[in-house]
Design a protein around this ligand. Structure first.
Ligand code: SF4
Ligand code: SF4
Length: 446
């Protein structure tokens, strides 16, 4: 047993032992924790050697999981928390560039004997550049067919599009991530088309079209202080009216725009409680609830595609590791540029940048002692654990630690214990603030 890889956090009068690399999770008493910390517990034999190796930065040649396309930075909505803003008439990607990049990705996928050709679309709003999307979708399918690959297309959209566009997306995409924040008063306040025009009706129509389509529908809810209270009821409505396969819960990332609109992230303790209620509702309908930072089914070094060689192509031909605007990384002291695609489809890769970005997810001092280090993996590199960020747990850490612990307990069928924990604010605060989860600290931190 390697003590740095075995974690123990206090929960009421018990301790949660979490050793993800050993595939062991247990709820034990104080004596068992002491025994483990001192190497005298029978649990030691159970832990044995790690069954998994610690996730490490990638090495070797460039090997992107998918190609990301940003057909345009333009958006047709004016969401009150979004830094992109409504920017009609912005630059669109040359469809020939999109096609050339897809050819490059198809060659790579075939050379590596992959089964799929994966292309994901981000924005702005990708469907605001319908010609680019149309060309890219058909090119992906054609190249995949040529090379014996299965095309896999995903798009993140705001759902404000025509009925025929929605039908096209439902027919041709495998996964559609649709942002949907609440019933009309919330959705129209968070995500207006214009100051006097909401988006609820149009997004509902799109969601209904997608529900009848073969595409997997992932509904993404941005939870703020004004919609956290009604989360379970909204999820009930989504599941009874639509046919989502997953519902993804995210908390508001504060921006100057959201602050001007008077919108704040929810209290992390309230968010945890409401998320777990909404979680039960979704599960009852057979819908998978997702809180991305509590991905406990596998170990990972990076929360997202950053560090995994993913190439995000922007309309000007530049390639980066993250789909946010460059100015947003720069504000955090990050450079996530990876190179560029020439119009003929030649990738000019900055090798040194690739190596630097591969190491980025491993350089998170705050996370080294956290039991979520290989599930949360630090969260968003730009907004949450950028270089030089505070070493103290912030609200995102608090909710992630609480949700992860409750999920681990639920996995052990300890629902009554979860209920008792949620009812005890002091116990929650103790868990959330526990300074060093490594087993050796269990005594020091007590
Ligand atoms: S310290 Fe915070 S960001 Fe890091 S793994 Fe833990 S919860 Fe995630
Ligand atoms: S760094 Fe943040 S914004 Fe960029 S891809 Fe990762 S999670 Fe998304």
């Amino acid at each position: 047993m390697t003590p740095d890889r075995v974690f123990a956090v206090p929960l009421l009068d018990r301790w949660l032992i979490h050793a993800p690399l050993h595939s062991v999770t247990a709820l034990v008493n104080r004596a068992a924790v002491d025994g483990l910390a001192h190497g005298s517990s029978p649990l030691i034999a159970e832990l044995g050697e790690s069954v998994e190796t610690e996730p490490c930065p990638r090495t070797g040649p460039l090997n992107p999981r998918f190609l990301g396309l940003v057909p345009t930075r333009t958006c047709n909505l004016s969401c009150v928390y979004c830094g992109f803003g409504a920017t009609p008439g912005g630059r669109q990607m040359d469809p020939r560039l999109a096609a050339a990049a897809i050819d490059w990705m198809a060659d790579l996928a075939a050379r590596d004997a992959r089964r799929t050709l994966d292309v994901h679309f981000f924005g702005g709003e990708p469907l605001a550049a319908p010609d680019v999307v149309d060309v890219a979708v058909h090119r992906t399918r054609a190249r995949a067919a040529e090379k014996g690959l299965c095309p896999h297309l995903e798009v993140a959209t705001n759902g404000v599009c025509s009925a025929s566009q929605a039908a096209f997306v439902g027919d041709y995409f495998d996964v559609v991530v649709l942002s949907f924040d609440g019933m009309a008063p919330v959705q129209d306040r968070h995500r207006p088309v214009a100051p006097d025009r909401g988006s609820f009706d149009q997004v509902t129509r799109t969601a209904r079209i997608l529900s009848r389509s073969p595409a997997g529908l992932c509904l993404r809810i941005c939870v703020a202080d004004d919609n956290v209270a009604e989360l379970p009821q909204f999820v009930d409505w989504l599941c009874s009216e639509l046919r989502p396969s997953t519902i993804d819960f995210e908390t508001l990332q504060p921006t100057p725009e959201s602050e001007r609109a008077g919108l704040r992230p929810p209290d992390p303790y309230l968010f945890t409680a409401q998320l777990l209620r909404a979680w039960h509702v979704a599960t009852r309908y057979g819908v998978e609830p997702v809180y991305a930072a509590a991905a406990l089914d596998r170990q990972r070094l990076s929360f997202c595609p950053v560090g995994e060689d993913t190439l995000i192509l922007t309309p000007d031909g530049r390639v980066s590791a993250c789909y946010l605007l460059e100015r947003e990384w720069q504000a955090r002291g990050l450079d996530l540029n990876l190179g560029r695609f020439e119009p003929d489809g030649t990738l000019v890769l900055d090798q040194a940048a690739m190596e630097r970005i591969r190491r980025l997810p491993a350089e998170k001092p705050r996370c080294l002692t956290c039991f979520c280090r290989w599930s949360c993996a630090g969260g968003c590199h730009v907004n949450h654990s950028y270089p030089g960020c505070s070493r103290r747990y912030d609200d995102y850490c608090i909710q992630t630690r609480l949700i992860s612990a409750c999920s681990l307990l639920a996995g052990m069928e300890q629902e009554p214990f979860v209920e008792a924990l949620l009812a005890d604010r002091t116990a929650l605060q103790r868990l959330a603030a526990w300074p060093d989860d490594r087993i050796g600290n269990a005594r020091a931190g007590a």
